[in-house]
Write a protein that binds this ligand. Structure first.
Ligand SMILES: [Ca+2]
Length: 683
């Protein structure tokens, strides 16, 4: 039975047998041929704000890497070299060159550092030893600076002799308990995974001197060295990781043809292989299902082998805080890097095009390192995104009505930047450029405040507010209206104007300034007939100009004339009356102005103050008899009573047809105002 090997790229025949599309097989074959001779130039892509740099290349057939506590990065090469990257440079001299069997997936496969490395300089490696028979071994070496002390090898673990060249596991890490955990593949013999009689297909737990802790979960069940078994049921746990600061451990188990797994590392667990790949169906209480699995594919994102494993809990957080506590992992064939959220076991994409990654690690400085098999290189991924920052604030603008007003902002930060202008802190629809133009300012825009919110993937910045000043000359929105009042009543004229402060007002009467009339309205408290026909307007001024209102005309209607009557009667007070009720004057009174023998009567009228140049023709009079017949009366004279300017005398001439022997009612009319009716008696 054919099983997938970890290094498909070194054993392409397996892919062909599996029946993958030929195009992919050919593509992979090209990649592999290239691998033999030189690294391939490539560029990975990451979310906005992340970028990578190559730390070192020239690392053929890399398998694993880890940081020493002093910050140096040690890289395992399958062929047996343990290389050191120090201060960003690959040291020419290997730390160690082991004699290994590197057939198939064999070779130098893992490195770890003693928890007390800074004092004891112990470095641990997992490699395929050649003698006395081919088997995997865990040894300790002592560092002297950047190289291992010659002859310092101390063997901790000699694993079972190998048959197949694949499924060797190889990851080694110290746990928070100070014990060394060793991931071992089942050597392409699935039965190994389920037995406690050997250490293949397991995670082992040993002391740093190779002894077996007595609190191992199968210590009292297994025998001999098998008491080092800590978990079983694994196929090819090529990588695993502990979460710094916690006891959490994730084991990446490479699947066969269907599922890649991330397993929760828990002492004594059986992860199901070969009874189950991925989740057990139906569920099986004897086996612990993975917390996350992903299926193999045959598309452009073909996936085949889970690798990597790094919790983002660095000493210094360099990525956005949302990444803290997440678990990075990668797929060898698909060359992507993804992130699992251990709080809900969901996964999101992080990077693509990572060039056949075989391992990844989170550095204490918060950057993410990955080891590219394709590029034979180590890459460092850093977050370089920055939130927007306002470099140039929008400035205040002063325009006149009808002019455009433009506000601009300059911001820095990771692109793409998006812009949203606000007016008085409310978004302006469509104002999404780095500048905003109000095409035609109106005085109603005066005082409006404009600012811009600049946003990118990493945050936002809000500019200061800039104020728009619209310098507007006065503009009259409501003109004064004509007024018609009765003499003695008040009259008020008003004007409404807009324009930049401060507006001053000056009312004019017949286009001559009225002293003191300097508010937006003007009132004549008591109109006189002399005000009739006067025209009023207002001149409004500010720093930017003048506006003059329309003229409004004041119509003053006089009071009706009042004929003087005897107290408490309607009997006219008159002179030369023809037999008035009281008949104070004899008919033969010689007071007669002409020779027509007509009778004249002098009436006395108030509220009739003749205007200049007015005389008798301004006044009309009439009489009305008991039968309501009306008789026009000739007004022969009208004029002020000397010494009594408020009193006007009106002399009427009685017509011949006026009936005699009765009283009649007379009235006078002036300026369309008709007086009361007063009684005179015709003899
Ligand atoms: Ca499993």
């Amino acid at each position: 039975m054919t099983r997938k090997r970890f290094f498909n790229y070194l054993a392409l025949s397996e892919i062909v047998i599996r029946g993958w599309p030929r195009a992919i097989v050919v593509a992979l074959a090209v990649i592999c041929l290239t691998l033999v001779t030189r690294p391939v130039a490539r560029a990975a892509t990451f979310p906005p704000g992340f970028s990578e740099t190559m730390v070192a290349n020239g690392l053929p057939t890399p398998t694993a890497m880890d940081f020493a506590p002093d910050g140096r990065l040690f890289v395992c090469l399958q062929g047996g070299q343990l290389r050191v990257i120090k201060n960003g440079s690959l040291l020419a001299t290997p730390f160690l060159t082991l004699t290994v069997n590197s057939s198939g997936e064999r070779g130098l496969l893992g490195v770890a550092f003693d928890p007390n490395f800074m004092t004891n300089n112990f470095v641990y490696v997992y490699y395929t030893a050649t003698t006395p028979a081919v088997h995997n071994r865990v040894s300790r070496f002592t560092a002297n600076g950047d190289v291992a002390v010659a002859g310092s090898e101390f063997v901790l673990l000699e694993l079972e002799n190998l048959g197949a060249t694949n499924h060797n596991g190889g990851a080694i890490h110290f746990g928070p308990d100070g014990k060394l955990y060793v991931a071992v593949g089942e050597n392409a013999n699935p039965a190994n995974s389920q037995t406690l009689s050997n250490r293949l297909g397991k995670v082992l737990r040993i002391d740093s001197d190779g002894s077996i802790p007595t609190d191992n979960p199968f210590f009292n069940i297994a025998t001999g060295n098998n008491r080092s078994i800590w978990a079983l049921g694994l196929r090819n746990p090529f990588t695993f990781a502990f979460q710094p600061g916690t006891s959490r451990m994730f084991i990446n188990d490479v699947g066969e043809v269907t599922w890649e797994e991330i397993n929760d590392g828990i002492a004594g667990s059986n992860y199901g292989w070969p009874a189950c790949e991925g989740n057990c169906t139906p569920p099986n209480a004897n086996f612990r299902d993975p917390i996350f699995r992903y299926a193999h594919g045959s598309s452009a994102t073909t996936e085949c082998a889970i690798v990597g494993g790094g919790f983002y809990n660095p000493t210094t957080v360099q990525f956005p805080a949302s990444y803290v506590g997440k678990y990075f992992f990668a797929d060898l064939c698909a060359s992507w890097i993804r992130v699992l959220d251990p709080s809900n076991n969901t996964v999101v994409d992080f990077g693509s095009g990572a060039g056949l990654p075989v391992d990844l690690k989170v550095a204490s400085d918060g950057s993410l390192y990955y080891l590219s098999y394709l590029s034979q290189a180590v890459f460092r991924v850093q977050f370089t995104g920055t939130a927007p920052s306002i470099i140039t604030q929008p400035s205040n603008q002063t325009v006149t009505p009808g002019q455009p007003a433009t506000f601009s902002v300059v911001a820095s930060g990771s692109t793409p930047l998006s812009y949203q202008w606000q007016r008085n802190q409310v978004n302006i629809s469509g104002a999404t450029s780095s500048s905003y133009t109000l095409s035609s300012a109106a005085f109603s825009d005066n005082g409006a405040m404009f600012r811009c919110v600049v946003t990118n993937s990493f945050g936002s910045a809000t500019s200061n507010e800039a104020t728009l000043t619209v310098n507007a000359p006065p503009s009259i929105t409501n003109h004064p209206a004509d007024q018609t009042v009765t003499q003695g009543q008040p009259a008020t004229f008003g004007v409404v104007a807009s324009g930049s402060p401060t507006l001053t007002f000056q009312w004019q009467r017949n286009q001559i300034n009225i002293p003191g009339a300097t508010s937006s309205s003007y009132t004549i408290t008591s109109t006189a007939t002399s005000d009739n026909g006067a025209r009023f307007r207002c001149v409004i001024t500010n720093s930017f100009g003048t506006a003059t209102s329309n003229e409004a005309t004041l119509i003053v209607q006089p009071l009706p004339p009042a004929l003087a009557t005897e107290p408490n009667t309607d009997i006219a007070v008159a002179l030369n009356s023809v037999t008035l009720f009281r008949d104070p004057f004899p008919l033969t009174d010689p007071f007669n102005f002409s020779s027509d023998n007509r009778t004249r009567v002098m009436l006395f009228v108030t509220n009739l103050t003749l205007l200049p140049n007015e005389g008798a023709s301004a006044v009309t009079a009439r009489a009305e008899d008991a039968q309501m017949n009306v008789y026009p009366l000739t007004v022969e004279y009208a004029g002020a009573v000397p010494g009594f300017d408020w009193l006007t005398e009106v002399v009427i001439v009685l017509p011949a047809n006026l009936p005699t022997g009765q009283s009649v009612l007379v009235s006078v009319t002036w300026h369309a105002q008709t007086s009361n009716k007063a009684r005179i008696r015709i003899r």
